[in-house]
Every structure is written in C-alpha cells, then in structure tokens.
Design a protein around this ligand. Structure first.
Ligand SMILES: [Mg+2]
Length: 350
C-alpha cells in the first residue's frame, strides 16, 4: 500500500545552532533575524523547547523574549548553513522515498510503498535514527494515507516523535481539533467557518458539503473530505523539467578518457556551481561525446538519491565517459544533470 511519511525537523534553526555550539544545549535559545549587536531590534525566527517553556515563540520581538527570560541565549541567523543542512536532510530522505515533496526548508512529504503501517513506522524510525546519527538533529514523523493528514499527525507527535494514524482512525483523530489545525486554513477561512457555526473538525465533518462549497468554493469540498478522513492530496515532486548542462570543444581531439580528465573536472565544477546557485539537487547524470565525424553519443544514469555533490557527479560522469571511447576520436564533450528538485522551499517560522 501507498502511505505518506511527513517529516518536520524540530526547532530547525535552533537545533542547527545547538549542533555547532554544544554550549547552547539544554539552555533556552533563540535564533533571531538580526546580528548579535542588533539583536534587540529583530524578531524570533526559532526558539528551542527550553525557550518555549518561558512562553517564547517565533515572530515575537526579541526584546520581549529577553524580558521573559534573562538567561536567554541568542544566535544570529545563518541562512547558508541552514540551507546546506536542509540539502543534506533532503538528500538523505530522497533515498528512502518513491517520491519526495519538499514543503519548506525543514519539512518534506515522502511517498513510500509498504506492506502496512507497521512497516511504515519501522521505516520512519530508521529515518529518524539516520538523521540523528548523520546530522545530530531531531525530527518528528507523521504517517497517514495523504499529505495533509500526515502533516497533522506529525504536528500532534512533536517533539522528537513518530506516530501513524490508520485510515479508519483518522476521523476520530481529527474530530476535537480546531479547524485552524488543518494546513491551509488561516484566520479568514476560520472566520467564514465560524459564521457557519463550525469550530472544530468534527463539526466540519457534519456540515452539508454544499454549504461549505458555497462559502469556500472547491476548498470547501476538500475540507469536507479531510474532516471525514479522506485525504486526496498526493506527494508531488518539486521536480523541474529543465536540466543543467555544460559542454566544450577540446583543444586536441581525444582518444582516451585520460586525455579529457581536466576538462571533465572543469565542466563538473561549472555544473555544480550552477546547481548550487539555483539551490537545486539532481538525480540523473548524462554525458555526451561528439566525434570527429560530428556524430554524437549520449549516456545517462539515474542515482539512488538526490544530491548536489561534485564527487558523485564526477564518479558517475567518468564511468559513463569510459563507455564513449572507442575507435573514433572525440572532439567535444558535455555533462548534464537532470531530474532536478528545488530545495529552496518557503521559509517557515518553525
Ligand atoms: Mg520544523
């Protein structure tokens, strides 16, 4: 059966800072928006659980946070570091999934093909262990039939938790929850629902779907289905159709792979620089050779997981190029990466 594992890193930015500053561990910590010097003029981007105990939360002015807790530790933000860490996480996750949808810098939905919920839980525990071991970071995983409900299960299992809600139990799991707990339901939608006397998801489930559609359009239909335990959302890979490639004519025609080594390195550097600049990862590598008679040959291979690693690209490209040398000298070579996934995500203040 097909199930969705929703992974959300716990207090992501703060946890990243705790990894490289172990002295912060166990103490209340916030990551703000400003430099250390200007810390009282910014807002809280992330607070660890120790800081949350003082009532500190994201989007709060840092000045107020320091009023709530005198011993509060402060870290300025380091977007590059969080993005790099995020890439490592998504790379690791993509190795486990049939499909992966990156939802934000620290959240992703994985579609897995399993025998049942027990196997999905096992897989989830393996993922949690590996993220802890490789990156030192805690996360929470929610498992259900669709993306929206899996995310809600994940929210209910925080922090450092894992939980599955089977299809038959979804309605019961949801019924007492506030409508605003459904991803995509903001203040405006909640107000419209309140006008219909709908407060919790149980109430939503019992409302006439035509009334909901009247008030909210097709979103009303979706909400009705979710409230009744039917999650039609599917995991959609954020894959773009484009590829990134670089090619160059050789100064001298080449008869063997040894003669193109320098150029392969150079092209790989250029491709990787572009991949990083666009905040992408790739899963397919292709190489091309143009021979002296102007015929082309192309070889490509899919990798096991998404990556932006130069070493992985070089290893595969060199392997593939080996198969392109024979009797005809090569005059031009190219490297291409495709099956690209965007790891930009939107910034979520969690
Ligand atoms: Mg998070």
């Amino acid at each position: 059966m097909r199930l969705v594992l929703y992974i959300d890193m716990d207090c992501f930015f703060a946890a990243c800072e705790e990894v490289r500053h172990p002295e912060f561990k166990g103490k209340p910590l916030i990551v703000g928006t400003n430099s250390e010097k200007d810390r009282l003029r910014g807002v809280v981007q992330a607070a660890n659980y120790e800081a949350r105990k003082f009532g500190i939360h994201s989007a709060m002015p840092t000045r107020d946070a320091f009023k709530l807790c005198k011993e509060l530790q402060y870290s300025p933000p380091d977007d590059l570091y969080y993005e790099e860490t995020s890439k490592r996480i998504m790379e690791l996750l993509s190795g486990y999934a049939k499909r992966i949808e990156v939802d934000s810098i620290d959240e992703a939905a994985l579609e897995v093909e399993v025998e049942g919920y027990a196997e999905a839980l096992e897989e989830g525990r393996r993922i949690k262990e590996q993220i802890k071991k490789d990156l030192g970071l805690p996360c929470t995983i929610g498992i259900s039939t669709g993306k929206v409900i899996a995310k809600m299960v994940c929210d209910s299992a925080k922090p450092d938790g894992i939980k599955a809600v089977e299809a038959n139990d979804v309605k019961d799991f949801l019924k007492d929850k506030d409508v605003e707990r459904i991803p995509g339901v903001g203040k405006k939608t909640a107000e419209k629902l309140a006008a219909l006397k709908v407060k919790d998801i149980g109430g939503l489930a019992k409302t006439d779907p035509m009334v909901l559609i009247d008030a909210l359009g097709s979103f009303g239909r979706e909400l009705f289905l979710i409230a009744n335990g039917t999650d039609e959302s599917i995991v959609e890979e954020n894959v773009s159709v484009i590829s990134i490639s670089r090619e160059r004519t050789l100064e001298r025609n080449a008869q063997s792979i040894g003669e193109i080594e320098g150029m392969v390195n150079k092209l790989a550097d250029e491709v990787i620089a572009e991949v990083k600049k666009q905040k992408l990862m790739f899963k397919s590598v292709g190489v091309k050779a143009r021979y002296v008679d102007f015929t082309d040959r192309i070889k490509s291979r899919s990798l096991n997981s998404y990556t932006d690693s130069r070493d992985s690209l070089l290893a595969v490209a060199n392997q593939l190029f080996k198969g392109l040398f024979g009797d005809k000298p090569v005059r031009k070579i190219g490297i291409r990466v495709s099956s690209l996934i965007s790891v930009k995500g939107q910034r979520s203040l969690l």
